[in-house]
Design a protein around this ligand. Structure first.
Ligand SMILES: O=C(O)CCC(=O)C(=O)O
Length: 290
């Protein structure tokens, strides 16, 4: 718990029972207060300063919280963790994080997909993403869309088109109710929460502004990795890990600390192997459901 943390509204950022019920019924909840406008602005400035100095983030900034203190602060932010705790309980792991940056005219889009199918984790578990807007996320700049209620079962995926921003370009191989899609517009500093199995994606950025968001993946400590995969690592961001299913990652001592950079290199290389092997397991899971 974070008794000392005050949201801009005062108090903590835990969800109400009605919000939690809505999340479970629909598979998402949006908008939810997160970093607030000032910290969002400051974090965006740090993202852009980092890009100016080092170029594009490797692997879309996967797990940059392992070597950047200001991203560690984002994934551990009490307002975010309060809301996440309302859904996953008090013992919380950050499994991963990554940037989703769309520049005007870059053509980047995200096809409809389910997240957890490629992560090597037990898909029946309560695994969610907090998608945090560092700049406003609008219909014009390619805000994230969800298909409500699609979080109850795993569906087959195929690997999709080139300007797809996903690591494997994957997309669901079933029809999606586009007309029923909900576009989760956010102000900078707000977030949406989405279930690991909900169908979601986003259109290209047709505006003149950059859309910058960071997706942080959280889960309870009890979640098990699928059998037979390389051992994965995660960060304990709240509570206690009584299970030991994963190696625990430390916070970086300083930005680009060499030990943290090396840990990040190893963690992302392990994830690349898990991701490849999880595809076959996903196909088996879908077949078992039929
Ligand atoms: O940022 C987007 O447009 C899509 C994000 C996404 O697919 C995710 O968070 O899993």
């Amino acid at each position: 718990m974070s008794a000392q943390f005050q949201t801009p509204l005062g108090g903590t950022n835990h969800l109400t029972a009605a919000q939690v019920a809505r999340y479970h019924a629909n598979g998402y909840l949006s908008p939810v207060p997160a970093l607030g406008p000032e910290l969002a602005r400051e974090t965006l400035a740090r993202v852009e300063a980092h890009e100016a100095q080092h170029g594009e983030f490797p692997s879309k900034g996967l797990k940059s919280h392992l070597y950047l203190t200001w991203m560690d602060r984002v994934v551990r932010h009490p307002a975010i963790l309060d809301a996440v705790e309302s859904i996953v309980g008090p013992d919380i792991l950050c499994w991963s994080s990554r940037f989703f940056i769309k520049d005007p005219g870059d053509g980047g889009f995200v096809s409809w997909h389910q997240d957890v199918t490629y992560w090597g984790l037990d898909v029946s578990e309560n695994i969610l993403t907090a998608w945090i807007a560092l700049s406003p996320a609008t219909r014009a700049n390619g805000v994230m869309k969800v298909s409500p209620g699609t979080h109850r079962k795993v569906v087959p995926h195929r690997e999709g088109a080139a300007s797809n921003m996903l690591l494997r370009g994957q997309e669901v191989a079933v029809d999606v109710d586009e007309a029923g899609a909900v576009y989760m517009e956010l102000a900078a500093g707000e977030m949406s929460l989405h279930h690991g199995l909900i169908f979601h994606g986003s259109d290209n950025n047709a505006s003149n502004e950059r859309r910058v968001g960071v997706a942080v993946r959280y889960m309870p400590t009890r979640v098990k990795p699928l059998d037979g995969l390389p051992r994965d690592s995660v960060m304990l961001v709240r509570g206690t890990d009584r299970y030991g299913h994963f190696d625990l990652e430390p916070s970086p001592a300083c930005d680009l600390d060499p030990a943290a950079v090396e840990l990040h290199r190893r963690a992302t290389a392990t994830y690349a192997q898990i991701n490849r092997q999880a595809v076959a397991k996903h196909d088996a899971m879908v077949a078992a459901q039929r």
